[in-house]
Ligand binder design. Sequence first.
Ligand code: ZN
Length: 349
Amino acid sequence: MIEELKTKLSSLEENYTLKIQSAATLKDLQDLQVAALGRKGELTELLKSLKDLSLEDKKTFGPLSNTLKNKLTALFEEKQIALEAAAVNEELAKTNIDLTLPAYTFDKGRRHPLVIAQKRMVDILSKLGFIWAEGPLIEDEAHNFDALNIPKNHPARDVQDTFFVKNAVKTGFVLRTHTSGVQVRAMQKQKPPIRIIAPGRVFRSDSLDATHSPVFNQIEGLYVDKNVSLADLKRDLTVFMKGLFGNKAEVRFRPSFFPFTEPSVEVDVKCVFCEGKDPSCPVCKGTGWKEMLGAGVVHPNVLKNCGINPEEYSGYAFGMGVERLAMFSLNIKDIRTFYENDVRVLEQF
Ligand SMILES: [Zn+2]
């Protein structure tokens, strides 16, 4: 019986090898595969007689039929690839496509330098534990000025500095002049500890020139908790500046005045272009320092206005212009560069 099976195996091999080679279409090939290896295929049927064989014969016939199965499977695959390639070539022959032509290229978009700068700042502040907060662009005077200890007669509230929004129903709305309204809202809503940053667009009634724009971007930060002091502010802002301008960056704090902080400071960075050594440096104008941001310990009146007890809590706040810092770190001389969207400029970042 085993000899008979062996003969059947070899005739099956011969038969299908020939048929596979001469298959003209994918459909023919599929039919052949079913006829040979399918559930009721010839080889499958042949394998069923395995159970009637003696143990010895099984040892011979089993491996033989497996080898054939693998061989036929490989032949089917090989032929399928060949037929598919032939079909593609046939389609191509009907058209005039020149596959040797170089492919079209598409310019990839990239981040705007302001977005790159803002992302760098936000990344560093996030590592310091600050959480991104947002607020409305059209703000009421209570959030934009009153809560921040900015009195009614303060020059910042003048029409020359602020865009007032005229509304038939309500008055007292402005295009926010800083993102401090976001800080006010956070303090009104949340019990300390509060540690937020408020990045976003702000509006001032300035005319557009090399260093001013009526719309620019700001990042403000606020930290309120028990025992927050000027020392915390100096530590965190020094870490921030070194993160931004490198470990060697020197930071200087100068006394200043803002209605919403007491004491208030201006924060300068040693000019990264001349390191304070070039009296004719155009970036720092020979002073060796560049003013980067304003900050201070939150005025007790501001905490009180926002429903936080200044006897129990204290905080610090800071605010900076993204454009100003980006101009300094990227050595851009004119703020308008950011808004003109000249591709030749944007491509450099
Ligand atoms: Zn300089």
